[in-house]
Design a binder for this molecule. Sequence first.
Ligand SMILES: [Zn+2]
Length: 286
Amino acid sequence: MRRGTNLPRVGDFNQMVVLDQVRRAPDGTSRSELAASTGLSLQAVSNIVARLIALGYVVEGERRAEGRGKPRTMLYLEPQGAYALGVHIDPVVVTSVLVDLDGRTVEKVVEPTPAGPEAVAGAVAAAAAGMLDRAGIERSAVLGLGVAAPGPVDLAAGTVIRPPLLDGWEEVPVRDLLAAATGFDVVLDKDVSAAMVAELWRGNRMLRGTSLFFYTGFGVAVAVAHDGELLAGSSRNAGEVGHLMVDNDGPRCDCGQRGCIGVSAAPATLVAEAVAGGVLPAGTPA
Ligand SMILES: [Zn+2]
């Protein structure tokens, strides 16, 4: 669990910690419980809660009596207090979602991946505008846009480096490209890291201790988490395991080796093997 700090100049961090604790308490929490769970003073919690209420992220509910003490005013997340956009860029489809403050999907658009980064940025901008329009949500209620892209990525520069399965995406400044196309602040991460963070954020109880997220789609990657935190490594690219050799006699990979897990588990390889083994009829498209 994240703890707050009572040092000055970390207001935003503490605000995030308190909001996270309110979010993790769907049955309600109180200022005194938040002080106990975050390590912040009751005064600091009260100030932060006042800000979160003013922002519309948190609402006060009923007053609950407990023993002889003063009744506590319960606090709840206001899911409609803010929204965010999310995009997953994949070699085959681009998925765009509009989610509320509780992470629930409000709108979703899935479309075939257009050729080239510029076309993808245009499609994402159109999807975002369409989703906001359908949901009747103002742009000002959107906190930003999160992009999950195939690795490896350079998070400091906001670029995808050379995703092996996306043509024309070498060293593309995807963060700036999408910010310019949509007008929103953009956060970029590797798809498998974003997926692991989402599981941690949803409070998946299977992820206590050390856990591994195995991502398989058009490519293969893993993410590792320990005690509720993603272990992304100094380059933020830990888990790029596509060239791990799993089969000495496997298909030739573009790195020169045979039997890398990425190419061995690729959908095209599996379909070809199924055709060769008579499981699928000849001529099945890969
Ligand atoms: Zn390889």
